[in-house]
Design a protein around this ligand. Structure first.
Ligand SMILES: [Fe+2]
Ligand SMILES: [Fe+2]
Length: 180
């Protein structure tokens, strides 16, 4: 296609990340169901909202690829991982997930720089900033979990942790269907 303004390999790399974001949306959706099934309804809402955010990220890549004359290729997304064994491993898993995703974004930034593809470099800065926020958000969840775990009266602490997480600031709202 002659009007394509990104390289073939950049098109592929952006498509890969678009699908990563879609996979993350699914992963957070699955964690939301797991949390809800374990009576952490606040944490479930936190994950459901986060799933919506990841879906918005997926769509940003989709639109960018199309805007640059490339083609967004919607492909199968891998199934989410097995359910976590407990809340602590759930939170650590999410933390690792976000750190891994930041690395993937940085690799794309490196590629854009190497190719002197400044529009893509510029597009990716939004994601660099977003990952700073996401890491901070999940790190806060880790801190809250650590605090809640310290006391002997764990149940009350986990109750307030759960309530707090429902109100943690996120851009996306709950899917409309959840509020029906
Ligand atoms: Fe994302
Ligand atoms: Fe994320």
């Amino acid at each position: 296609m002659s009007d394509k303004r990104i390289s073939d390999s950049m098109e592929q790399a952006l498509n890969d990340q678009m699908n990563n974001e879609a996979a993350q949306a699914q992963a957070y959706l699955a964690l939301g169901v797991w949390a809800d099934s374990n009576n952490y309804s606040g944490i479930a809402d936190f994950f459901y909202k986060h799933s919506e955010e990841e879906r918005q990220h997926m769509f940003k890549f989709l639109e960018y690829i199309q805007t640059r004359g490339g083609e967004a290729k919607i492909s199968a997304i891998p199934a989410p991982r097995d359910n976590p064994v407990d809340l602590e491993s759930c939170i650590e898993d999410v933390w690792q997930h976000e750190l891994d995703n930041s690395k993937k974004i940085y690799a794309l930034v490196d590629k854009a720089f190497d190719e002197r593809d400044w529009p893509t470099f510029n597009f990716l800065q939004w994601f660099v900033k977003e990952q700073i926020e996401e890491e901070a958000l999940i790190d806060e969840l880790r801190d809250k979990f650590a605090l809640a775990s310290e006391s002997k009266d764990n149940n009350a602490n986990f109750y307030s942790l759960d309530r707090d997480m429902a109100n943690a600031p996120q851009e996306a709202e709950l899917p409309r269907e959840k509020n029906l």
